[in-house]
Write a protein that binds this ligand. Structure first.
Ligand SMILES: [Zn+2]
Length: 161
């Protein structure tokens, strides 16, 4: 089997190992926060807020780092996650196949670039702004009210005949 595949597996397990280490560190911080808070509870004169906040901040950063590693693992598998709906997409997708949200990453094959270079020299700035706003879901609200009036017209015509 190709070495390429092997390398991918190695990268993924490396990333996974890093995630596990970060999760352990997070657990350690949670533990310390618990102790610090308890020390504060037992002795009203003790203020551990600074130490507690420092650990909370570290935990937040670790979660971000873990999320980055998860993204890297997905990349190794040729996938990426939609930031809007969380669906896994092919790395080359320019838009989420499920919700239609636009991918702004370098892997996305942007429709703009593919479009012929001469296509309407300068699309107005308003146009580009509008295209960035993604319609969440196309509202489907078709009430058969129009049909009723249509049939009414038909019956009227029928009377005329
Ligand atoms: Zn999506």
């Amino acid at each position: 089997m190709p070495i390429f595949q092997d390398q991918k597996g190695k990268n993924i397990s490396n990333f996974q190992k890093m995630i596990d280490e970060k999760k352990n560190t997070i657990r350690k911080y949670y533990d310390e926060i618990g102790h610090l808070y308890y020390g504060q509870y037992k002795d009203v004169n003790v203020d551990m807020t600074k130490d507690i906040n420092a650990r909370c901040e570290s935990i937040s950063n670790l979660y971000i780092e873990i999320e980055d590693l998860n993204v890297k693992i997905l990349r190794e598998r040729g996938l990426k996650k939609c930031a809007v709906c969380g669906t896994e997409n092919n790395l080359s997708n320019a838009f989420c196949f499920k919700c239609g949200a636009r991918f702004d990453d370098a892997d996305a094959v942007p429709a703009d670039v593919i479009a012929p270079p001469n296509a309407s020299a300068t699309p107005s700035r308003q146009d580009t702004k509008q295209t960035k706003i993604e319609p969440a879901v196309t509202p489907v609200t078709a009430e058969p009210v129009i049909d009723a009036s249509a049939t009414a017209e038909v019956t009227d015509e029928g009377k005329e005949e």
